[in-house]
Design a binder for this molecule. Structure first.
Ligand SMILES: Nc1ncnc2c1ncn2[C@@H]1O[C@H](COP(=O)(O)OP(=O)(O)OP(=O)(O)O)[C@@H](O)[C@H]1O
Ligand SMILES: [Mg+2]
Length: 242
């Protein structure tokens, strides 16, 4: 579903990604971890064309992200992305937040878009909050709305960039539960997260990045059992301490 081939990227003289290669098959859940500044966010932003890259290629469902001919807005509408900050529209109700892109981008009728949005809101356990505004919800609830909003576009894959790292501890699990459910339903997912409990539960593979490179790309048991690189070992021992 997602194929990243020898991708390198520079910001001016600074090389932020170095020859990154990996694949995510349909229905696979891949967790991306690594120290701050290692290029995790940059890599997943490249996948849906939010960041350009200078060499290599990324193919999403047969479409080359790097090709100048590719309709990036169309591609993006098919790849769900959930960030650390939920980025809901503060002046729109939850229902309208869920319906907007369906209407504007996919051309769905308003009642159809609202119906679909409400069904997904129910799926993330928030149907009672449809008429509220984002500011009236907790961070965890807003993040679940953001996930429902992405799902309303019928994405072929979902990208997550530290979706729980801005949340209070007691809200993290409610968001992870939704992500676990999605994984069990067979959604193709690429998740930047340091929630290793989540990774252990649902990841098929774990990618470890350091200084812009993928230094480890292993199946879950291999990664947690015996990470090959010293850098990954040191990283794991640090984050598994708490
Ligand atoms: N727009 C930009 N211009 C220049 N450098 C940038 C830009 N965005 C990111 N960088 C640099 O690229 C490197 C990788 O950043 P990135 O955000 O991908 O890291 P990350 O692994 O997601 O880190 P974190 O865990 O802190 O989110 C960092 O050194 C960062 O400072
Ligand atoms: Mg990041």
């Amino acid at each position: 579903m997602i194929s990243i081939k020898n991708v390198s990227k520079w910001y001016g003289d600074f090389q932020v990604l170095t020859d990154c290669t990996t694949e995510v098959s349909k229905g696979e859940v891949v967790v991306v971890c690594g120290p701050s500044g290692s290029g995790k966010s940059t890599l997943i932003k490249c996948v849906n064309g939010l960041e350009p890259f200078q060499s290599g290629d990324i193919i999403v469902d047969g479409i080359s992200v790097g090709s100048p001919k590719t309709d990036l807005p169309k591609l993006r509408s098919r790849v769900g992305m959930v960030f650390q900050h939920f980025e809901l529209f503060p002046h729109l109700s939850i229902t309208d937040n869920l319906a907007l892109a369906q209407i504007k981008v996919l051309g769905r009728k308003e009642d159809e878009a609202k119906k679909k949005g409400l069904a997904l809101l129910d799926r993330v356990g928030l149907s009672a909050h449809a008429a509220k505004f984002p500011g009236q919800l907790s961070g965890g609830q807003q993040q679940r709305v953001a996930i429902a909003r992405a799902l309303a576009m019928d994405p072929i894959a979902m990208l997550f960039d530290e979706p729980t790292s801005a949340l209070d501890p007691e809200m993290i699990n409610e968001v992870l539960d939704v992500m676990v459910q999605l994984a069990h339903e067979g959604m193709t997912m690429m998740c930047v997260t340091h929630e290793m409990g989540f990774a252990r539960k649902v990841a098929n593979r774990v990618i470890f990045m350091d200084k812009g490179a993928i230094v480890e790309d292993a199946n879950k048991d291999e990664f947690f059992g015996s990470p090959r690189s010293e850098r990954a070992q040191a990283f794991l021992s640090k984050i598994l301490q708490h």
